[in-house]
Design a protein. Structure first.
Length: 324
């Protein structure tokens, strides 16, 4: 098989196909679920891509693996490093373990306990920092200087984007022709990968982004045409607190029909519905696209709609259902 190489441009259809083939031995091809009661509630046919069943419990395994496998042998041997509040940290730690190399992970002190513990469980060396972007970057820079490890950015990396695109590629392959596909937006790695995969493999499908109202930088960026940032990160959807970057926003701006925002209450309500009706565990960030479908039902009546459920790493001691 041809080796994937580091990408310095937007991934092509061939890049995504090769990346998907390359990462398959390291990931699960997750199932696509449907649910009759949810279809009746929404008056649509929803197809849920269950990345909560992915290795490490989230789609991030795809992108981290894609980026790691594009590195040279020498780069891998020096170790992998990143900063992350959760799922990307676990993904980098996991692929580093699979490749028999070290993982150096910077995590904010307020990261969910379950995600800190899981990252440590893969053998990563964890360094905690203050919960600011500046602290993350400064702490990581010191580690890179000390170790010579290679930084795998959570989303500002075209190989990561190509890896994340494989989730939507599988969803499209395993579903009827979709009228629409929805993904949540944090840094935009999954959303931009989803947009590219949909354009390449199902060009008639409409593409929608979704975001919490409390951290709606992508929504505002989409309206203004330039990258906006969040002044607050106060949302239950801890995986969606980050801002987009030039790589991801450029793709998002070119391919999305719209970005919908939902309230904290709507997120928790949608999360609860999936727990109760589908009997699967998803984390709050996962529920954002489904919440958007519930909020804008009129757009999706009698439509076939794909939704990527991004992960299921929930702190069971901090469940939100009694808070709203």
């Amino acid at each position: 098989m041809q080796k994937v190489t580091k990408l310095d441009r937007v991934p092509t259809i061939e890049d995504i196909q090769l990346t998907h083939e390359t990462i398959l031995p390291y990931i699960h091809r997750t199932p696509v679920f449907t649910n009759q009661s949810i279809n009746e509630l929404t008056q649509a046919k929803l197809y849920f891509k269950c990345e909560n069943f992915q290795k490490i419990g989230a789609f991030k395994m795809r992108g981290a693996t894609a980026a790691a496998l594009a590195l040279s042998k020498e780069e891998v041997e020096r170790g992998l490093a990143t900063h992350s509040s959760g799922n990307h940290a676990q993904a980098v730690a996991s692929i580093a373990k699979n490749l028999n190399t070290k993982a150096y992970i910077v995590m904010p002190s307020n990261a969910p306990v379950i995600k800190k513990q899981a990252t440590a469980g893969y053998g990563a060396e964890i360094t905690l920092c203050e919960p600011t972007q500046e602290a993350r970057e400064t702490t990581l820079a010191a580690i890179l200087a000390r170790t010579g490890a290679t930084f795998i950015h959570p989303y500002d990396n075209y190989n990561v984007i190509a890896g994340q695109a494989s989730a939507a590629k599988e969803l499209i392959e395993d579903s009827p022709i979709l009228d629409a596909i929805l993904s949540p937006i944090g840094g935009g790695g999954l959303m931009s990968g989803t947009a590219l995969a949909t354009r390449y493999f199902s060009p008639t499908t409409k593409i929608y982004g979704t975001e919490p109202e409390a951290v709606n930088d992508a929504f505002r960026s989409f309206q203004s045409g330039k990258i906006e940032v969040n002044s607050s990160t106060n949302t239950i959807a801890d995986g969606l607190k980050t801002n987009t970057c030039e790589k991801t926003f450029g793709i998002i701006q070119s391919h999305l029909q719209a970005i919908f925002t939902v309230s904290e209450e709507e997120i928790v309500s949608a999360m609860r519905l999936i727990w109760e009706r589908m009997k699967i565990i998803i984390e709050p960030s996962c529920a954002v696209p489904f919440a958007a479908v519930l909020k804008h039902k009129e757009l999706f009546i009698n439509k076939k709609v794909g939704i990527i459920l991004t992960g299921g790493n929930v702190d069971l001691t901090q469940l939100p259902f009694t808070k709203f």
